[in-house]
Design a protein around this ligand. Structure first.
Ligand SMILES: [Zn+2]
Length: 385
C-alpha cells in the first residue's frame, strides 16, 4: 500500500465513526498496520452505563525506545449534513483541500503519522531500531472512559512501556508549524452552596436570605487570583458559570442558593491543594454567620507539562526544517488525552491546524497533510538516529 496521507485520510473520513460508533475505522488501520508488519491488538472496553468502545494498539519491534503515536478515530457529529458544501463522510478533495468530519480532528493527523511510519519503515528495510507503536482510541470526543486511559493500563499490564509520545491532535492555531502543545492545564469543577432560612419577604427578620450571601462569596472567590502564572503556564482561573436559587415566587425568601464554577489550573497546584485553598478562602469570606460549603465533582483532568529537552528539541527541529518556522511551546487550550498519556511517558501534541475542527465543512489543505507527514518522518529519523 502506498504511503499516501491524503488517500488514508479520505479512507478514514469515509468511516462514519461519530462517537461512540467506530464505522470500520479501526479495522481499516488494523489492515494497513498489519500489512506493514505491526502486531495489532483490538481491545473493547466497557463500563456500566456507557457504550462499549473498541481501541487499537499496534507495535512493530520489541526493543527500546518505544515511540508512540497516539490519536482518536471518533469524531463529533456533523450537525445538519445539508449545510456542508461537501458531504461530511465523503472525503471529497476540492480546491486543494480534503473535506470531511475529522479531516483535522483528527483522522488527518492519524493519516500523516501512519504514512510517515510506513515511509520510514520502507527506508530502514521494514524494521525500526527500537519500536514504533500506535495507540488509537474510539473514545475521545465524548466521555473518554473506555479509551486511552484503559488502553494505557492494558498495555502496561502486558509489561510494555513507552518512552515518548506524539499525539496528533490539531495543535496549530493559524499555520502548520506554529505551535506544539507541551502541556495542558487541569480542570476542576465544584458547586458552592449557601444555606439560609426560608421565609416571607415581608418578615425578613424571621428568615435568612442566602442570595446576598452567595453573591458576596462569588465575588470574593472570583476576585482573588489563584496565582500569577508559572514558567510554562498562564495564571490559573476560577470561573463561576451559574448561580441558581430555583425560586418561582416573588414573596418567598429561598432556603438555599448554589453556584457552579470551574477552575483551570496550572502546575503550581494539584486538585487537593486547590480544594484546600478555595475552601479556606470560602470559610474566611463566609465568616461565622454564613453557612457555606462546596461539593466538588470527580475529575480526571490533571495538569501536566513536558519539560523542554532532547525530545521537544528534535520535534522543533523537524518542524523548522519542513515548515520553516520555529513553533511556540504552548500549554494553552482545553484538555486532551495527553493528560492520561503523561502518566506513562513524556508527550507532545502536534498535528494539523485546528481552525475548522468541529465546524461545518471541516477541511485541511492537501499540502498540510503532505507537510505534516514530512515532519513526522523527520521526528522518526531524528528519534532513531
Ligand atoms: Zn481531537
Amino acid at each position: 500500500m502506498p504511503a499516501d496521507p491524503v488517500a488514508i485520510a479520505r479512507d478514514l473520513i469515509r468511516c462514519r465513526s461519530v462517537t461512540p460508533e467506530d464505522g470500520g475505522a479501526l479495522a481499516y488501520l488494523d489492515d494497513v498496520l498489519a500489512h506493514a508488519g505491526f502486531v495489532v491488538h483490538r481491545e473493547t472496553f466497557t463500563e456500566p452505563g456507557t457504550a462499549p468502545i473498541e481501541n487499537l494498539y499496534a507495535r512493530i519491534g520489541t526493543a527500546a525506545p518505544n515511540l508512540m503515536f497516539a490519536g482518536h478515530t471518533d469524531v463529533v457529529p456533523p450537525g445538519d449534513e445539508g449545510a456542508w458544501r461537501h458531504p461530511p463522510f465523503a472525503g471529497d478533495v476540492a480546491g486543494g483541500k480534503v473535506y470531511g468530519r475529522g479531516a483535522v480532528d483528527m483522522k488527518g493527523g492519524i493519516a500523516c503519522s501512519v504514512a510517515a511510519v510506513l515511509e520510514y519503515l520502507a527506508h530502514v528495510g521494514g524494521k525500526p531500531k527500537g519500536s514504533i507503536s500506535f495507540l488509537i482510541t474510539g473514545d475521545e470526543e465524548a466521555i473518554s472512559v473506555n479509551g486511552t486511559v484503559k488502553l494505557l493500563q492494558w498495555v502496561a499490564a502486558r509489561g510494555e512501556t513507552f518512552d515518548h509520545c506524539v499525539l496528533g491532535e490539531p495543535s496549530n492555531v493559524e499555520t502548520l508549524g506554529d505551535c506544539i502543545k507541551v502541556g495542558r492545564r487541569g480542570s476542576l469543577s465544584g458547586t458552592l452552596y449557601v444555606d439560609g432560612v426560608q421565609g416571607h419577604v415581608a418578615y425578613p427578620h424571621r428568615a435568612a436570605n442566602p442570595v446576598p450571601d452567595i453573591a458576596g462569596l462569588v465575588v470574593a472567590l472570583s476576585q482573588e487570583p489563584l496565582d500569577h502564572g508559572s514558567a510554562q503556564f498562564q495564571a490559573s482561573n476560577l470561573e463561576f458559570t451559574s448561580i441558581d436559587v430555583g425560586n418561582t415566587a416573588s414573596n418567598v425568601i429561598p432556603a438555599q442558593a448554589r453556584a457552579k464554577f470551574n477552575i483551570r489550573f496550572n502546575d503550581l497546584h494539584t486538585q487537593d491543594s486547590l480544594r484546600t485553598l478555595v475552601e479556606q478562602r470560602m470559610t474566611k469570606a463566609a465568616g461565622n454567620r454564613v453557612r457555606a460549603r462546596i461539593v466538588w465533582e470527580y475529575c480526571n483532568a490533571n495538569v501536566f507539562v513536558t519539560k523542554p529537552g532532547a525530545f521537544t528539541d528534535l520535534a522543533v527541529a523537524a518542524i523548522e526544517e519542513v515548515a520553516g518556522r520555529k513553533p511556540e511551546l504552548s500549554t494553552s487550550g482545553g484538555t486532551s488525552d495527553a493528560r492520561f498519556i503523561s502518566s506513562y511517558c513524556p508527550v507532545i501534541e502536534f498535528g494539523l491546524v485546528g481552525q475548522t475542527m468541529h465546524q461545518v465543512d471541516e477541511r485541511t489543505p492537501v499540502s498540510d497533510l503532505e507537510q505534516l507527514t514530512k515532519i513526522y518522518r523527520g521526528i522518526l529519523d531524528r528519534y532513531f538516529a
